[in-house]
Design a protein around this ligand. Structure first.
Ligand code: PXL
Length: 257
């Protein structure tokens, strides 16, 4: 049997499986990629929201990376919710040490219900230490605005923010979750051109769309696709998972695939 491509997620735990490393693993599997996972922080949450956060020490995140990466070299890697600044620092150091090149950084900052998923100092380190190592960063429109220091209201603003974010060092910037009237808009900027993908806007509150999008993008890179192609595949995958989302609890819908 042929050995499958592998992808590693370094992210938070979400017991609902709608977001976090659990959603990433489901996505990797669905895309035909073997999933590896390192929990960087734990949350207590349900479909109504994040209740609280429990840190995993930076030392233990470091240990998990060392033990895994000296044995297995993943074909692509993504980071999600990391929370603590020293955890972000350690991950950046290890990413350099192990030359993790197909690195997707999803700069998770806040939950859908407004709970902070990163320390303030952690955001600075994501920007200064992780962005320069990233092949792709995938902020949503809100996160892109925070990192670029502006409010994004339309497609022109998305372009301006992407130009600013690319100056922090990632090769490619993808901003998700833009909207214009009844359209949902995602945009890729590679330093030369802007590529917009438009979809119909779906009704309802969805949990984990950012995680599923960045994990499907990471799967595409692990499978050997260029970022432009992986972007289209990830968008299709996420949109169809949103269309078949399920209400398993009392709160937000979870993407199902
Ligand atoms: O969707 C962002 C996100 C990422 N990772 C974890 C989360 C959330 C949102 O709640 O809980 C673990």
């Amino acid at each position: 049997m042929q050995i499958p491509k592998t992808a590693l997620t370094i992210a938070g735990s979400d017991p609902t499986g709608g977001a976090g490393f659990q959603a990433d693993l489901r996505t990797f599997h669905s895309m035909g990629v073997y999933g590896l996972s390192i929990p960087a922080v734990l949350t207590a949450q349900n479909t109504e929201g994040v209740h609280c956060v429990h840190e995993v020490s930076a030392d233990f995140v470091s240990e998990q990376m060392d033990v895994l990466l000296r044995d297995i070299r993943p074909d692509a890697v993504k980071t999600g919710m990391l929370y603590a600044f020293d955890t972000v620092q350690v991950i950046a150091r290890k990413a350099r040490q192990y030359s993790l090149d197909k690195l997707v950084v999803d700069p998770v900052t806040v939950s859908s219900t407004g709970v902070m998923l990163v320390e303030e100092k952690g955001m600075d380190i994501i920007r200064d230490d992780l962005f320069p190592l990233a092949k792709v960063i995938t902020p949503n429109i809100y996160e892109a605005g925070v990192f670029a220091g502006m409010v994004i209201e339309n497609a022109e603003d998305m372009k301006v923010a992407a130009i600013k974010l690319r100056k922090f060092g990632p090769e490619i910037v993808i901003i998700t979750g833009g909207h214009l009237e009844d359209k949902a808009m995602d945009m890729l900027f590679d330093g030369n051109e802007f590529v917009f993908i438009e979809n119909e806007r779906l009704e309802g509150e969805f949990h984990g769309t950012g995680c599923v999008f960045s994990a499907s993008l990471t799967s595409g890179l692990a499978l050997g696709y260029e970022v432009n192609e992986a972007f289209i595949k990830a968008k299709d995958f996420t949109f169809s998972a949103m269309k078949s989302a399920i209400s398993v609890g009392r709160g937000m819908k979870l993407l199902y695939f």
